[in-house]
Design a protein. Structure first.
Length: 384
């Protein structure tokens, strides 16, 4: 029996009487199945959390409070909510449904776009350890699923919590991630044309720089001045004393996520498969089964990228919030009933201790308030 170097251990089959023995080819690796399995578990876990949210007490509106956004801001907020879902669905039809009806298969673009529909679940998770951003609660909301996440550490009560404007935020991930996917690949192609000797590391680094600038423009100069959300507790702020303070770490973290999105599409093999789809051709079954496996694999990749490059580093920001600007605190539609006037809770800042759902907190007068029905544990005297 012949053994090929690097092929791994081989097992000789039983040969027919008097017949020659043949080497058994090792099974080909199918990374797509690993990614898809993890993706399926992730989708099931998130579906359970959404069920807990929708069927539980936190599925109620967080009211905007007595402050009213100016008329122009209301128009902008309403426009984003009206156009976001049709824009996302249109991309799904173009990149997924259209090629499927024509060719009975979907390329990497369609797999990516379809996976973007799930990334919005990751949106509020960076506040797991402490509140550092809020959405404008004038937009339609039913609170959010954050307090249904196991072990959630930040304060939240029905109607007083981090809200998620699902008519805007979730579909926005679809069209923004599609834009950065296309822009990032176009930029890297240009870089390769301008600098033929540039390597892959140089391409990725230049794409990251491009995405940083793109986000400063998108969030810092468009969305935030329009009043869609704020990063009150962020660090290294531009326009630091305003409701549209833009923290530079936002561009670094989401820029890293955008870069991964673009690179997954850009660096494909000769069959047009991304790194997480490798081995799909060796999977038995029709195109429908392969589409589901590829989609689950991509869901894991995109949500994993968002979690690792954005939510983990910004978890630190939530636990080390800067003082919220007065320009945020005076607008009730930005405080979400979490802190400030109308509550007895001080807004986050370096001098305000972190609180958990089961612990006490510091009120607006600087006094400690223990949980209802709980007293501070007494001092146990030493044995003498």
């Amino acid at each position: 029996m012949t053994v090929t170097e690097g092929a791994g251990p081989l097992v000789a089959p039983k040969a027919a009487a008097g017949g020659p023995q043949r080497a058994v080819e090792p099974a080909k690796s199918k990374p797509v199945l690993v990614w898809a399995t993890l993706g399926a578990l992730l989708v099931a876990f998130e579906a359970w959390i959404i069920y807990r949210w929708v069927s539980g007490p936190f599925f109620v509106r967080v009211e905007p409070g007595p402050s009213q956004p100016p008329g122009w801001m209301k128009v902008d907020l309403m426009a984003w909510q009206i156009i976001s879902i049709p824009a996302a669905v249109g991309l799904l039809l173009w990149f997924v449904v259209r090629p499927w009806l024509r060719e009975r298969r979907v390329g990497v673009d369609g797999i990516l776009v379809a996976s973007f529909f799930t990334v919005g679940f990751q949106d509020p998770l960076s506040s797991y350890g402490g509140h550092w951003f809020t959405y404008n609660t004038w937009m339609w909301n039913r609170g959010s699923w954050v307090n249904s996440v196991p072990g959630w550490q930040s304060f939240g009560a029905p109607g007083h919590m981090l809200s998620e404007p699902v008519l805007f935020s979730s579909p926005a991930y679809v069209y923004i991630f599609t834009i950065v996917m296309l822009l990032g690949c176009a930029f890297m192609r240009k870089m390769r044309a301008w600098f033929p000797r540039i390597g892959n590391v140089g391409l990725v680094a230049s794409c990251f720089a491009f995405m940083f600038v793109f986000d400063v423009f998108l969030e810092g100069l468009i969305w935030m001045p329009m009043g869609t959300f704020n990063y009150a507790g962020g660090h290294w702020g531009i326009f630091a004393d305003t409701y549209h303070k833009y923290p530079l770490h936002e561009g670094l973290t989401i820029g890293a996520t955008f870069t991964i999105v673009a690179c997954v599409r850009f660096f494909v093999n000769d069959r047009g498969h991304s790194i997480v789809e490798r081995g799909i051709d060796e999977v038995r079954g029709g195109q429908g089964k392969k589409f589901v496996l590829r989609l689950l694999a991509m869901i894991m990749a995109m949500q994993g990228a968002m979690f690792v490059t954005y939510n983990i580093p910004n978890y630190w920001v939530g636990t080390h919030s800067t003082a919220w600007p007065r320009d945020v605190q005076k607008r009730s539609y930005f405080t979400s009933g979490i802190c400030g006037e109308g509550t007895d809770r001080a807004c986050p800042g370096p001098s305000v201790p972190l609180t958990k759902p089961t612990t006490g907190y510091v009120d607006t007068n600087g006094h400690y308030v223990p949980p209802t029905g709980v007293t501070v544990p007494p001092v146990v005297p030493f044995e003498r």
